[in-house]
Design a protein around this ligand. Structure first.
Ligand code: SF4
Ligand code: SF4
Length: 385
């Protein structure tokens, strides 16, 4: 089946230059660079004042959760081919696999790679043919001060993508925008851990494999192609299992694999009537209205109608908050533990879209997507110990 973004493609998809993501711009655009500095100053000031949710005990949890990503990954900073995300094996012991290709059918290879991904810690895994429209046109390496044409780096041999999703902690995210940052950091650290090992497994089968986080390619459309979920109004991948409460990474490879089918479980129609993420967004970055091609002339991709997200408004809020945010993940009705009630609600979303407004109303009435304050969060955590 066709991915659910297909009806909204309105022209030639223009590949995106990574230099214009909001995080890259914060490395070279003066106003955003100042905002980035301000973010650190504000988070430190909140820590010094012991602001609830931002005290040292809480910020320490957040910063420690990022440790693997920041020291051994760095794709969250947009950097490619570093540490765990190295494009070649870093383990000399695995040199014995060089030139030794496992004889395996695409079906069997997909099964083995998916099993390896789950064993190594992925919560969801899917496979697709790589659509090169989703590769950046250029990667931006702010540390080396260079932009490099992606087509010179990723050859046509890389025909497949393995997409991996890791779940983020449900209760921590309900505190957004405070301790939620620890769930995000852990997600990034787990991405580096899982993607690196899946890539190494494929290399040990005798094929090429490049592990990627946020760098080199847009994760969300590739994840849609691989059948992990659909694009939501909040600009995030909505998965059936966890809603938007996942982080995504991917491995590009020349290992022939059997692609999965995209899924349609009713997100497009549901987001038309829900708007909860837009209502709760503290910066007004998420559109309440119809789809359009872009809102920010630098940081939005062209050629497809989406609910537009204003990345600068979002980033300004993060910087003023002192930490990142995630409210639009936390309040989404698809973000629930995968219980029988949630599965039943999802059945109605898929099979009875005219009831969507009632489901949104019920979500509100039952307080199902309600966030929790920091004291309630710690009370729940203590009760588990
Ligand atoms: S992360 Fe926060 S500020 Fe940014 S779009 Fe989501 S809710 Fe809005
Ligand atoms: S909160 Fe509602 S509108 Fe926003 S992504 Fe989730 S389902 Fe869609």
């Amino acid at each position: 089946m066709e991915p659910t973004y297909s009806p909204y493609i309105i022209g030639e998809l223009q590949r995106f230059d990574q230099r214009y993501t909001v995080f890259s711009r914060a490395r070279w655009e003066e106003g955003l660079m100042r905002l980035k500095e301000m973010q650190t100053e504000i988070s430190t000031a909140k820590m010094n004042r012991g602001v609830k949710g931002f005290a040292q005990l809480e910020q320490a949890l957040r910063d420690a959760s990022w440790y693997v990503e920041r020291c051994f990954g760095r794709s969250a900073s947009g950097l490619a081919n570093r540490g765990l995300y190295s494009w070649c094996s870093q383990d000399p012991a695995n040199g014995r696999y060089l030139g030794r290709r496992a004889a395996v059918s695409p079906e069997e290879a997909s099964f083995r790679v998916k099993y390896a991904a789950k064993l190594f810690g992925a919560d969801l895994v899917g496979v697709c043919m790589l659509n090169r429209s989703w590769l950046y046109s250029k990667i931006y390496d702010w540390e080396r001060g260079e932009s490099v044409d992606v087509d010179t780096l990723i050859s046509e041999d890389y025909r497949y993508a393995v997409v991996l999703a890791v779940e983020m902690d449900y209760e921590a995210l309900r505190t957004a925008p405070s301790v939620a940052g620890a769930a995000t950091g852990l997600g990034y650290s787990r991405m580096a851990f899982v993607a690196s090992m899946v890539a190494e497994f494929i290399r040990c089968l005798g094929y090429k494999a490049i592990p990627l986080g946020n760098d080199v390619a847009l994760s969300i459309p590739i994840a849609v192609d691989a059948g992990l979920g659909e694009l939501g109004r909040n600009g995030l991948l909505i998965t059936p299992e966890y809603g938007p409460r996942v982080r995504l990474c991917k491995v590009l490879t020349d290992l022939p694999l059997k692609p999965d089918e995209p899924v349609d479980f009713g997100v497009q129609a549901f987001c038309e009537v829900c708007r909860k993420c837009a209502e709760k967004c503290p910066s007004g970055a998420i559109s309440m209205g119809a789809r359009s091609e872009w809102v920010d002339k630098l940081s939005s991709s062209r050629g497809v109608l989406k609910w537009p997200i204003d990345p600068i408004k979002c980033y300004r809020f993060w910087c003023a908050n002192g930490l990142d945010c995630s409210i639009c993940i936390s309040v989404c009705p698809f973000n629930k533990p995968n219980t029988a009630v949630h599965k039943a609600a999802r059945w109605f979303v898929k099979h009875a879209p005219p009831l969507n407004r009632i489901l949104v109303w019920l979500d509100d009435a039952l307080g199902y997507s309600r966030q929790i304050d920091i004291d309630t969060f710690w009370g729940k955590v203590r009760a588990r110990f």
